[in-house]
Design a protein around this ligand. Structure first.
Ligand SMILES: Cc1cc2nc3c(=O)[nH]c(=O)nc-3n(C[C@H](O)[C@H](O)[C@H](O)COP(=O)(O)O)c2cc1C
Length: 353
C-alpha cells in the first residue's frame, strides 16, 4: 500500500490502541514487518497545553517510522493548531479518532460521537489538511452511531471532499463497541464510492482473515488491533501468506519467549518499575495465550511483586513448556482474552482533555 510517496511495503497496518500501542509495542510490531504503526489517541487540547501525558503519547523515535499520530478532539481550530505542532515531529500520517465508543470520550462529543455530525467532521478534516504541511491526513470512523443510523458512506464522501488521503473504516457501529462481528460489506461499499485510500478494520483475528478482508472488500490496507496484542507474529505471517500463499503458522515457543523477553526489556526501559510490571504481566499472558499451561501462568504471574520475580516466572514457564510438563490444556482462552482487552479499555487512562 502506498500513502503519497511512501510505500509501506505491505498491506497490514497496526491499529491505535489506548494504553497498548506505546513505543515498545510499535518497535516490536515493526520488527515483524508491519507497514505502519500508530500512537494511541492523543488529546488535541493536551498537546496545545503541553500536557506531560499527551506529549509522552505523541513522542516516537526515528526508527519507529513510518508512524501515524492519532488525535482526539472536536474543535476544528484546536485540532488545526495541534496538527501544526504534531507536524513538527514529522510523522507519516496524522489521524482523527471518530471511533472511540468509551463514555468518557463520547460524552464530550469526541470519538464516535462525531459520526452524527458530518459537517463538523468535514471542517475538522479541512483544518487538518490545511495545517499538516503536506503530511497525509486519515480519518478513522465507525459505520455510524448505531445500526439504524449507519452513515459511513456520507461521512466518507465528506472526508474525501475535504482533502483526506485515507479513511479507516472500523466496520462496527458505536453501540456495537467490540462485541459483534464486524460487517465488512460496508468497507466494500466505501471502497466503491471514494477514490482516497480505504483501510478496513474489525474482526481480523488471523492472517487468513486479513487476506479474506482484502478479497471481499477490495480495500487497500487491513488494520489489526486485538489480534496483534502479544502476537506481533501476525504481521510476518500475513506478509508471508500474501507474498507466497504460505502461512508459517504459530511460531515456536522459543521465538515466542525470546520476543516476549525483548518486549519486557523494552517496557522496563520505557516505564518505571511499577508501571512496567503492571503492563508486563498482561503481555506475558498475551504472548502465551495460544500455548498450553496458560491458566497456570495467569495464576502465577499476578503474584509477581517485582520485575525479577516476573522474569523468573516466565523462565520457569518456558522451561515447563519445552519440557512438556503441562498436561494438554484445552481451555479456549481466546474469548476470555478478547473480553479482558475490552475490560482493560474501559479503564483507559487516556488524556481525554
Ligand atoms: C485496548 C484497546 C484500545 C483501543 N484504543 C483505540 C484508540 O486509542 N484509538 C482508536 O482509534 N481505536 C482504538 N481502539 C479500537 C481499535 O483501533 C480497533 O478499531 C478495534 O479494536 C477493532 O479492531 P479489531 O477487531 O482488530 O480489534 C482500541 C481497541 C482496544 C481493544
Amino acid at each position: 500500500m502506498t500513502i503519497g510517496n511512501l510505500n509501506l511495503g505491505t498491506r497490514l497496518i497496526q491499529a491505535p490502541m489506548a494504553e497498548v500501542t506505546d513505543s515498545s509495542f510499535r518497535s516490536i510490531a515493526r520488527s515483524f514487518g508491519v507497514g505502519l504503526t500508530f500512537t494511541q489517541m492523543v488529546s488535541a487540547k493536551g498537546i496545545l497545553n503541553n500536557d506531560f501525558t499527551s506529549l509522552r503519547y505523541l513522542s516516537f523515535s526515528r526508527d519507529e517510522k513510518p508512524i501515524g499520530v492519532q488525535i482526539l478532539g472536536n474543535d476544528p481550530h484546536i485540532i488545526g493548531e495541534a496538527v501544526k505542532e504534531i507536524a513538527k515531529f514529522k510523522p507519516d500520517v496524522i489521524d482523527l479518532n471518530c471511533g472511540c465508543p468509551v463514555d468518557k470520550v463520547t460524552s464530550k462529543k469526541m470519538g464516535s460521537a462525531l459520526l452524527e455530525f458530518p459537517d463538523l467532521i468535514g471542517k475538522i478534516t479541512r483544518k487538518m489538511v490545511d495545517n499538516s504541511g503536506g503530511i497525509p491526513i486519515s480519518i478513522k470512523v465507525r459505520l455510524g452511531v448505531d445500526k439504524k443510523n449507519i452513515n459511513v458512506l456520507n461521512n466518507a464522501k465528506v472526508i474525501e471532499d475535504n482533502g483526506a488521503s485515507i479513511i479507516v473504516v472500523h466496520a462496527r457501529t458505536m453501540t456495537d463497541r467490540y462485541d459483534v462481528d464486524a460487517d465488512w460489506s460496508w468497507i466494500r461499499e466505501v471502497k466503491k464510492n471514494v477514490s482516497m485510500k480505504v483501510v478496513g478494520n474489525g474482526s481480523v483475528f488471523t492472517p487468513q482473515d486479513g487476506i479474506e478482508m482484502l478479497k471481499q472488500t477490495n480495500c487497500d490496507g487491513v488494520m489489526v488491533a486485538r489480534s496483534s496484542i502479544g502476537n506481533p507474529f501476525i504481521f510476518s505471517r500475513f506478509n508471508s501468506l500474501l507474498a507466497t500463499g504460505e502461512d508459517p503458522g504459530l511460531p515456536s515457543v522459543d521465538i515466542v519467549n525470546s520476543t516476549l523477553m525483548t518486549h519486557l526489556k523494552m517496557l522496563w526501559r520505557e516505564y518505571d518499575e511499577i508501571k512496567a510490571l503492571d503492563r508486563s504481566k498482561k503481555y506475558v499472558i498475551w504472548y502465551y495465550q495460544f500455548y498450553n499451561g496458560i491458566n497456570e501462568l495467569i495464576k502465577r504471574i499476578f503474584s509477581a511483586k517485582n520485575y525479577e520475580r516476573l522474569i523468573e516466572i516466565v523462565e520457569t514457564h518456558y522451561e515447563d513448556l519445552i519440557n512438556h510438563r503441562y498436561l494438554e490444556d484445552t481451555t479456549n482462552y481466546n474469548d476470555l482474552f478478547k473480553k479482558r482487552v475490552v475490560f482493560w479499555q474501559d479503564n483507559i487512562n487516556s488524556d481525554v482533555a
